[in-house]
Design a protein around this ligand. Sequence first.
Ligand code: CA
Length: 410
Amino acid sequence: MLRVAEQYAGTDTGRQRRANEDSVLARSPLFVVADGMGGAQAGEVASRIAVESFQAGLADSSHPELELAELARAANARIHELSHSNAEQAGMGTTLTAVYVGEEEVAIAHVGDSRAYCLRDDQLLRLTDDHSLVDELIRQGRLTPEEAIEHPQRSVITRALGPEGVVEVDTRSFSARPGDLYLLCSDGLTTMIAEEQIADLLRAHPRLRDAGEALIAAANEAGGRDNITVVLIRLEEVEVGEGFAVEQGATMVSIPAVSAPPVTQVSRSTQPQATVLGAAAIAPEPTRTPRVPRPASAGSRPAGRRRRRLRRAGALAFALVVFGVLGSGAYLALQSVYFIGTNSRGLVTMFEGLPYRLPGNLALYSSRYVSGVSASTLSPGRRRKLLDHSLHSESDAASLIRSLELGQLE
Ligand code: CA
């Protein structure tokens, strides 16, 4: 599977504007560039709302294209609504180019004239069509790309988030490869320097920070007429980690020990039940590594099936006893504690509930957020510390994962 090996995000006001109306989000595996427009700081407001709509990441990354488009439409509705409630912000809007790096593909959602490119085998491929007047004219054959460069209406866009109650969002999935370098940028880069120069600078600077700074400097040297935003992402291949997946296997997994559960900062009154359920109700085996389920041999199928059925009935009775004894507070408790583990694909994941499976494969947890970080990319020490299944409040777990995604974890 692919992962983000290196990333850079930078934004610059340029040489002629007073304010920077661009906004940028780099939260691996999700990256967003938004270029706002509108008087009296309205452009800043619009682009910030667009980016904030993506802040929480994708809830479930199984259909990233659809989810990105959904988040873009939600941002559109928010910006549109605000522009109607405030005269100073009337008519504000923003472009949006959002990229989600999946295991094999890069999903893109796009509105306006900010762009996404891929540098592959030293060739620069443009992945988005501008929703701009000059691009429409080029597509209709009424303007050549050369004429477009100096066209007086080159910054007029035909689609944006905000001006209308409903927006059409372009999406695509691009089959990614290890070594791919992706560039997201606002038009402050692409109206100042040609694509050949962009490609030359990317090829000349192997380190993404150097490449990003060189692109911004080149746009400024060419005049810096607009705000310049650059995001760079390099992908590499990683092996999926083994041995610490919570959701590994479909049959019973041994219960990792949580000795004296370190429940910290859980403020709800249901916390004591969580501790009781964690420590006493389920006799934990003194191991932290889930046992890999043994495949059933072909000859023993009827007996195996009977055993499974018995086990399931036993589990159900056991669960009923547990929940009966502890009352509905136990159920509530499961919903107020969180822990960090890995999902079946080895990605660091935030789970809601307790890190246990009852006999019969009844999980006491569910996945709440899947990060783009593969556990196999962590050092053994960090892996042990982060994936120790200790319980957290929702905000603590979320901020741990966020720090991890931003590369800021100690
Ligand atoms: Ca711009």
